[in-house]
Each structure stands twice: as structure tokens, then as C-alpha cells.
Design a protein around this ligand. Sequence first.
Ligand SMILES: C[C@](O)(CO)[C@H](O)COP(=O)(O)OP(=O)(O)OC[C@H]1O[C@@H](n2ccc(N)nc2=O)[C@H](O)[C@@H]1O
Ligand SMILES: Nc1ncnc2c1ncn2[C@@H]1O[C@H](COP(=O)(O)OP(=O)(O)OP(=O)(O)O)[C@@H](O)[C@H]1O
Length: 297
Amino acid sequence: MSVTVRVPAKVNVQLAVGAARADGFHDLANVFLAVGLYDEVTVTPAEELRITCVGPDADQVPLDRTNLAARAAIALAARRGIEPAVHLHIAKDIPVAGGMAGGSADGAGALLACNALWNAGASRAELLAICAELGSDVPFSLVGGAALGVGRGERLTALEVGGTFHWVFAMAGRGLSTPAVFGEFDRLAQGREIPEPVASAELLQALAKGDVDALAGAVSNDLQPAALSLFPELADTLAAGRGAGALAALVSGSGPTTAFLARDAESAEKVAAALRASGTCRAVRMAQGPVAGATVL
Ligand SMILES: C[C@](O)(CO)[C@H](O)COP(=O)(O)OP(=O)(O)OC[C@H]1O[C@@H](n2ccc(N)nc2=O)[C@H](O)[C@@H]1O
Ligand SMILES: Nc1ncnc2c1ncn2[C@@H]1O[C@H](COP(=O)(O)OP(=O)(O)OP(=O)(O)O)[C@@H](O)[C@H]1O
């Protein structure tokens, strides 16, 4: 018997970052949107914990107990006093170290799948608590849709979205480390007063109305200057997408994946073709959002 869970990637339509806290994390106003690029996690009973991974970026995924899927299985098993004797298979389509919460998706997926496989009976609240221990983005990977995350991004409030948005994503030739990007944010912020992060009222209204023009005018990412500082060539990718008619172009989360908001499916095709032809990125994908969070198939 096995259980498969499908989990989406995310794009941050707003990422407001406050000053570094005493614990090293940053308070955020983080507006997440789940988009239709997916990893699938399949769990099967096994002698002992084992991880396999397939997909274009599979060689970059750790196959030991540091993998977020393994950490999720271990965390749930520890709470139930059982062994995490399970084979975790990840079919990975979300770019690795791309700022689209790929590892977080696998953590949320493994947790939901093991909860079903083991009949562990964890409630939604317990699952969300385990997700928050695993990482700041993991709770959102479980719930999906659209949500405002505060604290370090783990305290979520679901958001209404009045439409479907068309996105194009450009994958970069190398990854960026999330702690390195936050570290660069701190370095660039030295000697400046950092305001409390707050969600933009215009942005929340644009999402609620499904108004793509208003959303394009309201998206923002406080980590973008830090990502561009560490990876200056991303500016060329952003310019290529804008030049092809994207309504908005921004770095996704900590990057280096760049995200382009298009008016409709036809415009998204044009932006994708221009990005592919530009030679400024490794791969290009289209996806719509919002979509549902982690789902048992
Ligand atoms: C950039 C985002 O992806 C936006 O959604 C998230 O804020 C990062 O979420 P994540 O990858 O789940 O990050 P975590 O595994 O919780 O933290 C990794 C590292 O990122 C930095 N970090 C993360 C979240 C946060 N609110 N402040 C931080 O400073 C810390 O250096 C931390 O050690
Ligand atoms: N299941 C996993 N899939 C991918 N990477 C993982 C996984 N588990 C742990 N990692 C480690 O985490 C690092 C970051 O990977 P991940 O794909 O989650 O980054 P990300 O998408 O930028 O995350 P986020 O958007 O949440 O900041 C990888 O380089 C890898 O070493």
C-alpha cells in the first residue's frame, strides 16, 4: 500500500521584510500564492527510512535525513512513538533552491502522506504545528491557495482571491541560498531604519477582486535587491520578460527564479517564448494560481 500527495510551488506576491530578530529570523508580511507547478511525494512502508528522487533537478536533492521530507516523517513518527520506516519517493518538478518552496512542498507532502499511511490521526492544527517546526514556508505548502504569513511567515491567514492569474517562471542557471539572501538583505540595510513589515491594502484588494492590472502595480519583494546583488544577471531576465509584455516582473521569494505576471494565457505564451529566446535563463515554465495546497491523490 502507498499514498501519494501532490504539493504546489509558491510565488510571493508581496514579501515585506523587517529587521533581523534576536533569533536570526526576520518578521515578514508574506503574501503567498500557490501556483500549478508540483512535486509529488509517495510513501510506501519499508524496512527503514529511505529517500529517492527523480526529476530534472534530482541530483541537487539531498537523500539523507536532512531532506525536508525525511524530517517531516521523522517528526510525525517521533510524536507517535513509532519508527519512520518508510520509503519516501519524490517526483520533483519544482526547481531546487529556486525560491519557490520546493523543499517545503516535499516536507508538507511527506507529512500528509505519512499521516494517512500510518493512520496517525494528526489534526490539521497538529500538522500545521509540525510544518512550522520544519520551516517558515512549510505551513503554506500544506494549505495552498493564497495566504498572508506573518511572524517568520508561518502564521497564516487565508486570503480570498477573485480570479486566476497567469504566471511565467524563469529558472536560473544556479541556485541561491535563502540564508545568504537574508544575510545580504541585512548587509544592505545597515545604517537604515527598517519599518515594520505590513501587508499592502492595495495588493490584498487586487487579489480579492482578481484584478490583474492592480495586482501588477502592487507586487513587491524586499528581498529582490539582495537577490540581485548576489546574482546581478537576474536583471537581464527581468528586463527580457518586461520587454515581452509582462505586466509585472519580480524575483520569487529569495530567488533566483524570476516570476512574470501576464494578462492572459496568450500573453503568457509570448512572455515565455521571449524568455526562452533571450538566453538569460535555464528553463521557462508557465503556471496559474491560486491552486489547492497539499492533496492526497
Ligand atoms: C524567502 C521565503 O521563501 C519567502 O516565502 C521564506 O521566508 C523562507 O522560508 P524557508 O525556506 O522555509 O526558510 P527557513 O527554513 O524557515 O529558514 C531558512 C533561513 O532563512 C532565513 N529566514 C527565513 C525566514 C524568515 N522569516 N527570516 C529569515 O531570516 C534564516 O536565515 C533561516 O535560517
Ligand atoms: N526535499 C527537498 N527538495 C529540495 N531541496 C531540499 C529538500 N530537502 C532539503 N533540501 C535542501 O534545501 C535547499 C533549498 O532547497 P529548496 O528547493 O527548498 O529551496 P527554495 O525553493 O529556495 O526554498 P524557499 O522558497 O522555501 O526559500 C537545497 O539546496 C537542499 O540542500
